[in-house]
Design a protein around this ligand. Sequence first.
Ligand SMILES: [Zn+2]
Ligand SMILES: [Zn+2]
Length: 408
Amino acid sequence: MAEFQSVRGFHDIFGQELKKFRYVSDTVRSLLKLYNFEEIILPVVEYLEVFQRSIGEVTDIVQKEMFVFQDRKGRWLALRPEGTAGAVRAYIQNRLYALKPYVKLFYEGPMFRYERPQAGRYRQFHQIGAEVFGTLDPQVDAQMIEMVHTILTKLGISATIEINSIGCRVCRPSYKKALSDYLEDVVGHLCDVCLDRKDKNPLRVLDCKVETCKEAVKQAPKMVDYLCQECATHYETLKSYLDMLSIPYRENHHLVRGLDYYTKTVFEAVSDELGITIIAGGRYDYLVEEMGGPPTPAIGFAVGIERISMLVKDLPQEEPLYMVIPFGDTLDYAFEVIKKLRDMGKRVETSYKKANLKKQLELANKLKADYVVLIGEDEKRQNTITIKNMHTGMQESISFLELAHERL
Ligand SMILES: [Zn+2]
Ligand SMILES: [Zn+2]
């Protein structure tokens, strides 16, 4: 056993897992660019208060799941548990609102949460997040959900998109009251955590995973029945846009999300295979203002890269690998050929070993070469290469000049 192990919940990503990781990341990033999102690189560390103020003091994330520490001057800092809080902080600090009527940003990177590690869940995990600041138009909500749908389609992942509206400052208080009253009646069926939530944050009881709680809230009042006129119109318009865009979705009246800052539209993509949430987002129309910026409606979502990677079945075909094997005193010519191949954009490996042809071909197989390029004294003298297809066994000789004309 190795002397050192990685920290629990922190893991190395490499090989096939990394290929899937990059495939997910590249697919999402290229799509975000088509929707005119601009990248921003945000720090991994923020002042603790940034998360306390935005995510909410009584959320699981802030109370139990953050990596919090003091720096040498005694200031409280935290590793970011999610990306939106930092994006909002950056939007305000850099006065991005002064630049454009609305701002579309995306970021990618590690997030940290002190949770119990399980399949696809790590304490350091990676997200790509997208945020749109400055518009309340339900078209944007529809577009965000359309992007989620496109990401899933492009990656060949079957998932159900769930949507809900959780109202605004005007309509949510009366719903919270109605829900609290209802929960009072079923109090005997609630788990300890929900007994605590019932008064502080009753909405969270709706998405408790404990069976008795799930059963207890089945008849609970629904937020959609309490929406004010503005929220109701927003929600209905969003649904009509999703229909126009032919985006399949399911209304989940218990979808509330675990963070305090959401308003109106919330949505999630839930894997049909594993039942876990792989993309999640929503509107947060007051957060910029609550964090000291100008009143700015906003909406965002985050893609869990590890979680989606677990569901990716097929990767696109890799570029074929060429393995160049020089024999005898041909290294000078081999270097020329290798350079030419790489200039042509080919993926090239070299044999660093001196061995006979049989051993070299075995090595090429181990390295999963698709072609071997054999270079001997004859090839060097005649300015040719011998190229062998490792899948079919077909072998042919071509001139360096032909190679230069990109015959491959
Ligand atoms: Zn409302
Ligand atoms: Zn519960």
